[in-house]
Design a protein around this ligand. Sequence first.
Ligand SMILES: Nc1ncnc2c1ncn2[C@@H]1O[C@H](COP(=O)(O)OP(=O)(O)OP(=O)(O)O)[C@@H](O)[C@H]1O
Ligand SMILES: [Mg+2]
Length: 251
Amino acid sequence: MLHVDRVFKTFDGDDSRRVTHPVFEGFSLDVADGEFVAVLGPSGCGKTTLLRMIAGFESPDSGRIVFEGVDVVGPASDRVVVFQQPGLFPWLDVRRNVAFGLQLRGRRIDWTPVDEILATVGLAEFARHAPYELSGGMQQRVALARSLVMRPKMLLMDEPFAALDAHLRHAMQVFLRDLWLDVRTTILFITHDVEEAIVLAERVVVLGSNPGRILGELDARDVHPGSVDLLDNADYRRLRHRVVELLGEVP
Ligand SMILES: Nc1ncnc2c1ncn2[C@@H]1O[C@H](COP(=O)(O)OP(=O)(O)OP(=O)(O)O)[C@@H](O)[C@H]1O
Ligand SMILES: [Mg+2]
């Protein structure tokens, strides 16, 4: 479904930093339809840049990004980004926030999918509330609902739970995993949290820096967010050890 094919990307440095390091030098990644992939890597390795290029906000210097057989040349509603901050409109109630993207499409709003999605994210009762009346986790669920109502083929998530406290973060991980099992939208999830990557995704892609490159990939289908204490889980410990090993290879 998604092919990132030998992508090169360098940002122009400012005067104080004459030497600019390429973020990517021939980076490739494939994501299959319906897959849940986590991209894990140290700060500055290019995770957000990769996501912005797939979203169409940023273009590669060379190489191709092909989505569903078509070259990505700009943003489109089939690839929707969920950011770290929910970015809700404070003057709109929850229901209107969720409907915002549909409204931009210019047609009359069909409220049925809006209300369905609100129920899916467990916020039907809060439809008429203002965003500030909701907790951080609930706001992030509204942001997720706003993306899902567009029926995207792919969700691009850039550390969406990083601003949440540990408890809420765990709840959101369980929630997102269940949601994915239900809707099977393809997800590319960026994080620098090893545990989050392993429990959420089916496949974990570990990146290194300078230039951004794949150090290794892990099959994490057997570990899920949930009840068991992760440290008692041998699969989890093995995967975690492998990630540490891979990241240790970074010069
Ligand atoms: N708009 C920009 N202009 C100049 N340099 C940029 C720009 N965006 C990113 N960079 C540089 O590209 C590199 C990769 O940045 P990026 O934000 O993709 O990293 P990241 O992996 O998302 O890091 P983090 O985990 O801290 O979010 C960094 O060296 C950064 O300074
Ligand atoms: Mg980033």
